[in-house]
Design a protein around this ligand. Structure first.
Ligand SMILES: [Mn+2]
Length: 281
């Protein structure tokens, strides 16, 4: 784990006092089209300074949310390595009942994230927002390629995909809503599916969002969902989310707005989770 000069906005407490723990994972070795996601942890921290510390929607100063920035994992050289490393780093955090927020890096890291959550919460479901089905069993000889993310996650528990619009095999083998489904009908059906689950691992592959809003991704896919749909989902289930990741933002192809949106999604999650808990007190 590297110490980094810049922390995510408002990340001002030490690990022991933290409720949320931010971890960068600078890994993009399996990138199939255009690498660069390794720069995202740094980019999101930088642009997070763009925002006010006071989140008016949640009447929350981010400094009061008890966020710790643990730094960035940057030494992993293979998919298997990064999955194992993320799992090992996250397990004690989840056991300590803190909420890890991973900044990828490639989507591969979600496998380790969900595995750590399932080790503690046996009934947690993974909700994966992604344009791609990620259902390959292997890609270019690698079972831990980002093109295999969902298939590997399914080996650890239930997975529900949202916003899919690019398939390679496995259509009958996993549960999903296409981007058209949720754009035409809203996210009500997705929320209904999740009613029986108390705990959610949220994985956001940024390419689920339409490239018009999020051009800086490794594998852009047109006709995606607007950010407001993802935000609505996060606000609806934030209390159930025990860990999340945001992946595949690629600063090399970004004009800045993708990283800004990524940082904002993290702030929305923290805000919505704190707000929900405050309302119940
Ligand atoms: Mn994808």
């Amino acid at each position: 784990m590297h110490a980094q000069k810049m922390s995510f906005i408002g990340a001002s407490v030490d690990y022991n006092s933290a409720r949320f723990v931010i971890i960068g994972v600078a890994y993009d070795a399996s990138s199939s089209f255009r690498p660069g996601a390794r720069y995202a942890p740094r980019a999101l921290r930088e642009v997070s300074e763009n925002f006010e510390e006071y989140l008016y929607e949640y009447d929350l100063d981010i400094k009061d949310a008890r966020v710790h920035d643990l730094g960035t994992i940057s030494h992993c050289t293979s998919g298997e390595d990064v999955v194992e490393t993320v799992y090992t780093e996250l397990l004690p955090i989840v056991r300590d009942k803190k909420v890890p927020i991973l900044i990828g890096g490639e989507h591969t890291i979600a496998i380790g994230g969900y595995r750590a959550v399932r080790a503690v919460h046996k009934d947690a479901i993974a909700v994966v927002f992604d344009a791609h089905s990620d259902m390959r069993d292997e890609y270019l000889g690698d079972r831990y390629s980002h093109a295999c993310t969902v298939r590997r996650m399914m080996e650890h528990g239930d997975v529900l995909c949202v916003g899919v619009r690019s398939f390679f095999g496995g259509e009958g083998e996993f549960e999903y809503y296409t981007s058209e489904d949720v754009m035409n009908n809203g996210i009500g059906a997705v929320l209904e599916k999740l009613e029986d689950f108390e705990k959610i691992y949220l994985s956001v592959d940024m390419d689920v969002i339409d490239p018009a809003y999020a051009p800086g991704v490794g594998n852009p896919e047109p006709y995606g969902i607007p950010p407001s749909l993802l935000r609505e989902f996060i606000l609806s289930v934030a209390e159930k989310i025990v860990a999340m990741d945001i992946c595949e933002i690629n600063p090399v192809y970004d004009n800045g707005i993708t990283a800004i949106l990524g940082a904002k999604i993290i702030l929305d999650f923290i805000g919505a989770k704190c707000y929900g808990e405050m309302m119940r007190r």
